[in-house]
Design a protein. Structure first.
Length: 182
């Protein structure tokens, strides 16, 4: 197994530790914060190494984006469980991920690849930044204040980008739903 794939697997293995840490006490919130940061670093590192060494595997193509989604979704579910995030936001985000993954699956069955576009990338960055802000807020105090205001603004921003990117993917790729008889 190559280094990028090991790093991807490492991110998946870190997810239960992240969840346990976040749902623990305030010191554990710092651990959750650092686990998420390490996951983000290993994601960037595995991508860098894969590009630099021209390593492309089926495992990497499937598991790298899945590992990222699983870590972020674990964070959103934890945030929902403790009342930081409204369940509707988590449902919107999950629905978008399933929708786009489904679109990609249909496109793939027709020999077409739906690559990530700029709105999808902005959505991902807004989600990651929001998770980091929320984790930092919880580790520092978890109390009302400027960090909560920034976190709440981040939640709105990432939710808007999530919805906009879902609509964009559907509109740009609506032709994949046409049957061959049309």
């Amino acid at each position: 197994m190559n280094i990028p794939n090991v790093l991807t697997l490492f991110r998946v293995v870190m997810i239960p530790f992240f969840v346990l840490a976040f749902l623990g006490d305030s010191i554990s919130n710092w651990i959750a914060f650092f686990i998420f940061i390490i996951a983000a670093i290993t994601d960037a590192l595995d991508g860098y190494i894969a590009r630099k060494q021209n390593i492309v595997t089926d495992f990497g193509k499937l598991m790298d984006p899945l590992a990222d989604k699983l870590m972020v979704m674990a964070a959103f579910v934890c945030f929902t469980a403790v009342g930081i995030l409204h369940p509707a936001v988590t449902i919107i985000i999950l629905a978008r991920e399933f929708l786009v993954t489904g679109l990609r699956g249909i496109a793939s069955s027709k020999g077409r690849v739906i690559a990530a576009d700029i709105l999808g990338k902005i959505k991902t960055v807004s989600q990651d930044v929001t998770v980091i802000i929320i984790l930092f807020w919880q580790a520092v105090s978890g109390k009302p204040g400027i960090l909560e205001i920034i976190a709440r603004a981040g939640i709105w921003i990432m939710t808007i980008f999530t919805v906009v990117s879902a609509i964009n993917y559907c509109l740009k790729n609506s032709d994949i739903f046409k049957t061959e008889n049309e």
